[in-house]
Design a protein around this ligand. Sequence first.
Ligand SMILES: Cc1cc2nc3c(=O)[nH]c(=O)nc-3n(C[C@H](O)[C@H](O)[C@H](O)COP(=O)(O)O)c2cc1C
Length: 271
Amino acid sequence: MDLITVDHSLCIRCGRCAAVCPRGLIHLEEQWPKSQVEELCIACGQCVAVCPVAALDNRLAPLAGQTAAPKQTFTAEAAYQFLRSRRSIRCFKQTPVERSKLLQLLDLARLAPSGGNSQGIGYQVIENRAVLEQITAETVAWMEQQVEQGVAAAKVYAQYAAMYRKTGRDSILRSAPCLVLATADASFVRARENSHFTLAYAELYAPALGLGSCWAGLLESAAYGGHAPLLKLLDIPAGRQLSGAIMVGYPEFKFPRWPDRKPLDVRFVED
Ligand SMILES: Cc1cc2nc3c(=O)[nH]c(=O)nc-3n(C[C@H](O)[C@H](O)[C@H](O)COP(=O)(O)O)c2cc1C
């Protein structure tokens, strides 16, 4: 069976489907789209999505599964405000995050771009307060070991660890009610990149749901450092790998200002 089917009564032979195919798998015969090469298709669905008259279907990315795009688009100003308003949240209310909201968040996150449309990222959610506290404690314990070994980040780790020991303040998971781990097959080479995108999507979407998030980079470092008691707590199934982590919860504070960044560094390469 062919990869694509074309309704000739609708097709206007514009060739857009062939033009957008990332792997050039659609060719035109008398301007009619044709393709038989199924095994190389990445199922991105663009050939179907770009068709202005819904004349084309793809067995691996069916028209029936696509959503009509709204005509209205963001103004540049609205998009700018949306992107600039995202903040790393480090102070959370203790209100638990409803499962339905977490599912809504992650169901959007799964739509993020991925290398070759490989996707392949799953999510593991930890909400148990006692487990979250142990994760923080074990990350701190790992940091203290790193300080003893004199690693480059020793000063920073010493500061976090000292604060935790003195005040119990959780600078690892920020006392968030929920930790979302991204996981992938152990052999998946795109795991880290794909996780960055999917978790970035979650971070961007979170405020629209009233939520906030923060990347759990310190926890990741301890996990990638192989700290066994921490890995036990994370409970990643055999054959899977940890590929990213964010804390999620309801933000305690609003930010009335947007911080600036380093100046734009760009170079146009001339002939
Ligand atoms: C890969 C990565 C790891 C991070 N790890 C942590 C972390 O462990 N703890 C934390 O409080 N913030 C962490 N952050 C948040 C950054 O500190 C934050 O993005 C940066 O300071 C800019 O602030 P903003 O996100 O509010 O714009 C991380 C961000 C990224 C992208």
